[in-house]
Design a protein around this ligand. Structure first.
Ligand code: NAD
Length: 321
């Protein structure tokens, strides 16, 4: 594989950081783009960027995705072989409080990425979708063949819209687009708004954790390194138009997931059981047959190993004995 110039949007984010580092490690040049917004503490975003800045092949632009001219300038001043678009307003619950953030970043921002690809002759785009597009899908595991026309959060609706918009640009302008439906990604340098992170923080502080749907939930937790392998395969193998699930193919009970954190911390959680949150779904479970077949995707990290790695990082990063 020749060295490539890759635009990574959301490079200061959790997945964007890990992807950028892996691409730099194999000798690609990475041009990062991110507005470093404060949806969660920016200290973690700066810490990730500090690591990326240690690589000669990394450069960075701080700007909004919804600023079309700023984004297009970065396209004009570089010549990207590939674009990996991970910048977005993430989070299901926050989309109930602040819907317009999702329209700005995920719809206007996505259109701007497509337009810049179109206007600057970029042929290969990989972008983040989400398992949340499956909504309350009752058929498990979730297959990319399933109908996903019934989202239950605005976040999910924007991600499904991205898949539709990508289809149009693939059809009209011959841009190769691959959408990746990520399933609950976790790991070092992860997102503080996600349960594994906030639970770890709360348990260490002796604070109560909120267990929704009375603990009766299942998530297909997928370790960051497995996700990065799947993204890199997608970057290296362009398709005219594809959607893939990137999950672990192994849903875990919320209660079991908490017990794994407790075990790794050697501490017990204080739990408060609460009803289901609006916009949430009871289960996620990825069918990854197609991803295996067409991408060679194969997750290898168990929940125990992955949570162990996360907690090791957490203790080091926050200096907790
Ligand atoms: N982490 C998961 O479990 C998960 C699951 C499904 C889908 N995803 C998707 O994967 C992608 C990456 O997620 P993540 O977990 O790394 O989230 P993240 O919030 O850590 O990273 C997203 C980055 O995008 C940047 N960003 C957001 N809006 C922007 C805008 N308008 N202009 C410029 N930059 C902007 C943020 O500053 C952030 O650094 C997102 O598209 C997300 O929706 C993540």
């Amino acid at each position: 594989m020749d060295m490539a110039d890759v635009l990574v949007t959301g490079a200061a984010g959790f997945i964007g950081f890990h992807l950028s580092r892996a691409l730099l490690e194999r000798g690609d040049r990475v041009i990062g783009y991110d507005n470093i917004n404060d949806y969660y503490g920016t200290d973690l975003k700066y810490a990730r960027l500090e690591i990326l800045k240690g690589y000669d092949g990394f450069s960075f632009h701080r700007a909004n995705l919804e600023d079309g001219p700023a984004l297009d300038k970065v396209f004009r001043e570089n010549s990207f072989d590939k674009v990996c678009h991970l910048g977005a307003q993430a989070g299901v619950r926050y989309s109930i409080q602040n819907p317009s953030a999702y329209v700005d970043s995920n719809l206007v921002g996505f259109l701007n990425v497509l337009e810049s690809c179109r206007n600057n002759g970029v042929k290969d785009l990989v972008y983040a979708s989400s398992s949340s597009v499956y909504g309350g899908n009752e058929k498990i595991p979730f297959s990319v063949e399933d109908n996903v026309d019934r989202p239950v959060s605005l976040y999910a609706a924007t991600k499904k819209s991205n898949e539709l918009m990508a289809h149009v640009y693939s059809h009209l302008f011959g841009i190769n687009t691959t959408g990746l439906r990520f399933f609950t990604v976790y790991g070092p340098y992860g997102r503080p708004d996600m349960a594994y992170f906030s639970f770890t923080k709360a348990i260490l502080a002796g604070e109560t954790i909120k267990v929704f749907n009375h603990g009766d939930m299942k998530r297909d937790f997928t370790y960051i390194d497995d996700i990065v392998s799947g993204i890199i395969s997608s970057i290296d193998r362009p398709f005219r138009y594809e959607i893939f699930n990137l999950g672990n193919n192994r849903p875990e009970n919320l209660e079991h997931f908490i017990s794994v954190i407790e075990e790794e911390l050697s501490m017990k959680a204080v739990k408060e059981y609460l009803p289901m949150q609006p916009g949430d779904v009871p289960v996620t479970y990825a069918d990854i047959d197609r991803s295996r077949e067409k991408l060679g995707y194969q997750p290898v990290t168990s929940l125990e190993d992955g949570i162990g790695k996360f907690i090791k990082w957490y203790r080091e990063h926050y200096d907790i004995a």
